[in-house]
Design a protein. Structure first.
Lengths: 289, 256
């Protein structure tokens, strides 16, 4: 047993965060202020997500942490170890086996179910921030449902690029009321936000928590003549041949060589185990690694 | 005929000091009202109270709304007042920077009010923005440029286009020609006069420049130390001022 209280935070803090989460769930998309604590990691590394996860975890939970879709990058590994150490919960890389999933910048490809919680790390929770710098004003705009400004950003995109060029953190309207920043997930993931699992968003530095309850309507904003499109890189995964997943571009040498692979490593792995082989992949089992 | 705007005993204090006190007037559709006075006379305070930017301490500002007729904008709910601010009202700031989004292209600036009232068709919004840029004499190829790339006069014209695009009935202008050189000023005044006539707008223009009100305003309010000292038809007040302060004001104008 470690010397930490279960899941690092003290019980009163967790209680405070749970109250914020419940309020967030009651008002989908509304940014609930909360007294964010100092965490043993820098701002921008997921302090908000970690606090939300800590408040949700029970000893029986199984935790999965993703960073840009991958389970094995620094951020994911260190947060997973953090909770192994402070909460002694089980951890997994398999999306289907996890009960709590903390994520940075992706939604898993595997559809989530009603017994799961997806926790997002959010850098800037305010979708109107770069259009209207005053917090007092943006709060009023949310309160009065004055969302014309958010379309100005999309308008600028089209006039400059001929199409809506916002590719991540694509603004959505939740249950016909609040406009929300879905955290910097690719817009490919936006349609997945109408899901069975609970989605919680934690912004540590900005001290905001918001949430989307299961089966809540989430609409990506667009224009009548420029409808929303869930875009991804063309082609299929070089390892597992999936053509329906979000792909990462990987530079493989200095001569412009590159390959596209699934950003969701767990999903790619399970497909390869099921026998799918991509253009540059080797069948599972014969892999030297 | 119901007035478009009926101001009754409007007062605003900054602590002990008077911002403006007991101001009453009415404004009829298609009429342009000028408010003149020296710096610190309460002109801008009065304008901001009328436009809902400041909350007056007492008095009423009745506006002839499209749905409910005359309604006190001071006591109406904030969403309603802000809705008026986006639709029936327009506010032209002295400094174009205060009224524009400097990080957004000219087209986006003009389109913002349209999108704020629910326009969601890019092609339509852009066409209307282009149309309005044309009306304020900004070339169509500047539509994607940011206001930072515009001259002071162009910024001011852009601000006017941005405000008029939703077809307001009442325009508040705070020193619209301040800080512009005389030739640009003359063209801007010409343009404002044309727009006001063409669209049948009512306007309240705050300025310290008597030439501006001579050109634009039908009626005049002269303010001093927060009080209204004289009102009347523009020509009447300027050619035959009755109050000693108005006389001073008119005689202070430099002749070229």
């Amino acid at each position: 047993m470690s010397d930490y209280n279960f899941a690092y935070l003290d019980e009163q803090t967790k209680r405070m965060i749970r109250r914020a989460i419940l309020k967030g769930l009651a008002i989908p998309g509304y940014q609930v202020p909360f007294a964010s604590r100092e965490m043993p990691m820098p701002y921008g590394w997921g302090t908000g997500g970690v606090q939300v996860t800590a408040a949700c975890l029970t000893p029986d939970d199984t935790l999965k942490v993703i960073d840009q879709g991958a389970d094995d990058t620094t951020n994911a590994v260190s947060i997973r170890r953090f909770f192994e150490k402070t909460a002694a919960v089980g951890v997994t890389q398999a999306t289907t086996q996890a009960s709590v999933i903390q994520t940075r910048h992706r939604i898993p490809e595997e559809p989530l179910n009603e017994d799961q919680i997806l926790v997002y790390q959010v850098p800037i929770p305010e979708p109107l921030r770069f259009l209207e710098p005053r917090e007092t004003e943006t709060r009023k705009m949310h309160a009065l449902e004055e969302y014309g400004l958010i379309h100005v950003k999309l308008f600028e995109d089209i006039s400059q690029h001929g199409q809506i060029a916002t590719a991540y953190a694509y603004p959505v309207k939740v249950e016909g009321r609040y406009v929300m920043d879905p955290s910097p997930i690719p817009r490919f993931d936006n349609p997945k936000m109408e899901m069975a699992a609970i989605q919680l968003f934690g912004a540590g530095r900005e001290q905001r928590i918001y949430a989307i309850p299961p089966y809540t309507q989430v609409v990506s904003l667009d224009f009548d003549d420029y409808p929303f499109e869930a875009s991804k890189a063309e082609g299929a995964c070089a390892l597992c041949a999936a053509d329906h997943t979000y792909l990462d571009e990987v530079i493989v040498d200095d001569d412009g060589g590159r390959m596209f692979v699934c950003s969701d490593t767990d999903y790619c792995e399970s497909r390869r185990q099921a026998g799918h082989v991509g253009a540059q992949g080797t069948p599972m089992g014969k892999d030297a690694a | 005929m119901t007035p478009l705007l009926d101001v009754q005993n409007l007062s605003k204090y900054y602590g002990q000091r008077i911002g403006c006190k007991d101001v009453s007037f009415d404004l009829y559709p298609g009429e342009v009202m000028g408010i003149v006075g020296e710096s610190g006379s309460g002109k801008s305070t009065l304008l901001n109270c009328l436009a809902g930017h400041l909350e007056p301490d007492s008095g009423a500002v009745l506006f002839d709304t499209k749905t409910d007729g005359l309604k006190d904008t001071v006591t109406m709910s904030e969403p309603e007042r802000r809705m008026l601010g986006r639709t029936d009202w327009a506010f032209v700031h002295q400094h174009a920077r205060d009224g524009l989004r400097m990080g957004v292209s000219a087209g986006g600036n003009v389109g913002e009010r349209l999108m704020a009232v629910g326009a969601r068709h890019y092609g339509d919004i852009r066409a209307q923005a282009a149309d309005w840029l044309g009306r304020v004499e900004i070339r169509a190829d500047r539509i994607d440029d940011r206001p930072t790339a515009f001259s002071g006069g162009m910024q001011q014209r852009l601000q006017i286009a941005r405000n008029l695009v939703t077809g307001p009935r009442l325009v508040f202008m705070d020193e619209p020609t301040g800080g512009l050189d005389v030739s640009v000023q003359a063209r801007l005044l010409d343009m404002i006069r044309e727009l006001v006539r063409d669209l049948g707008l009512s306007a309240i223009i705050v300025t310290h420049d008597l030439a501006v009100v001579r050109l634009l305003a039908d009626r005049l309010i002269v303010m001093k130390d927060g009080h209204v000292v004289e009102t009347g038809l523009t020509d009447q007040v300027l050619d035959d001022p009755q109050h000693s302060y108005s006389q001073l004001l008119v005689s202070s104008v430099l002749q070229v």
